[in-house]
Design a protein. Structure first.
Length: 291
């Protein structure tokens, strides 16, 4: 009895509130914004799978440039800028790099004590005491020069040999990159040179022998321990003439007449002789008159 009465009260209240629910005031927010209805079928959002972007890595070096494409790998940048330093085993005593292979090394220039002075050249053949040496242009016997080096601490990579002529204002290169040896020997065939170098023939004049390091020049500044440019040997070149009998030979610059200086000397002697004779005669005759 009590339960049926309670149900009746609840039904009465529900019927009384039904007009209020239909008449929702406009100044209040919408009911859907206050109460969210549960959705039994949850929405599924489809996310596209990540696409892999191929990364291009470019490597440079001593080998040919290579471009490698690797997908799904992050791009990397090599920030290591250090270069390998050659060790003593990779360098000779002059400090020049001798390492071979694909690696690139920078040659270093070794310096020596300035008090040691620069290296030089000492001629052996011909001897410096022989005076000015003359060579005939076109001689079948080649010219041979022999020399050695003094006070060298840094070994030259190679040797260049040249000759220069101040009269012709020209320089002739005889050889380049000649192998360095403690005692050097060089042979110059002037006959072959004269036959091949028709446009620039050798002149009858005085020449200077030039010797220097192939990595340097003939006018480079001398450096302690290294070979200084050498120009201390001079020689002469001449051309041969056909044989001519002495009786048939005539001097083009000679003359049988007396020169101006000779005529002046003879005139002075004759004048002094005349003055002497007249002075002596006057002295003798004048002294005899007093007696």
């Amino acid at each position: 009895m009590k339960g049926s009465r309670s149900f009746g009260h609840i039904l009465t209240v529900a019927l009384a509130l039904s007009p209020l629910a239909s008449a929702w005031p406009g100044w209040l927010p919408e009911p859907d914004s206050l109460v969210v209805r549960q959705d039994d079928a949850p929405a599924t959002e489809t996310t596209p799978p990540p696409t892999s972007t191929p990364k291009t890595i470019t490597t440079t070096g001593d080998k040919k440039d290579a471009t490698t494409t690797k997908p799904d790998e992050p791009a990397s940048t090599n920030l290591n800028t250090a270069k390998p330093t050659p060790t003593d085993a990779d360098s000779d005593k002059d400090g020049k790099s001798t390492r071979t292979g694909n690696s690139t090394t920078t040659a270093t220039h070794k310096t020596f004590d300035p008090q040691d002075g620069a290296g030089g050249v000492a001629m052996i053949t011909p001897a410096t005491t022989a005076g000015t040496t003359l060579y005939r242009i076109g001689d079948p016997t080649p010219i041979t020069w022999v020399w050695n080096y003094t006070s060298l601490q840094g070994t030259p990579s190679a040797i260049d040999v040249l000759v220069s002529c101040s009269t012709a204002s020209a320089t002739w290169t005889l050889t380049q990159n000649m192998t360095f040896e403690p005692t050097a020997t060089f042979t110059w065939d002037t006959q072959k040179y004269s036959e091949s170098a028709v446009a620039s023939p050798l002149l009858v004049a005085q020449y200077t022998l030039l010797i220097h390091d192939a990595d340097s020049s003939a006018d480079a500044t001398a450096e302690a321990g290294y070979l200084a440019p050498f120009d201390g040997f001079q020689f002469g070149l001449y051309t041969a003439r056909p044989y001519q009998d002495l009786g048939e030979w005539k001097c083009a610059t000679c003359s049988g007449a007396l020169g101006a200086l000779e005529r002046q000397a003879i005139g002075f002697a004759v004048t002094m002789s005349i003055i002497t004779i007249f002075s002596f005669t006057w002295y003798v005759t004048g002294f005899a008159a007093l007696l």
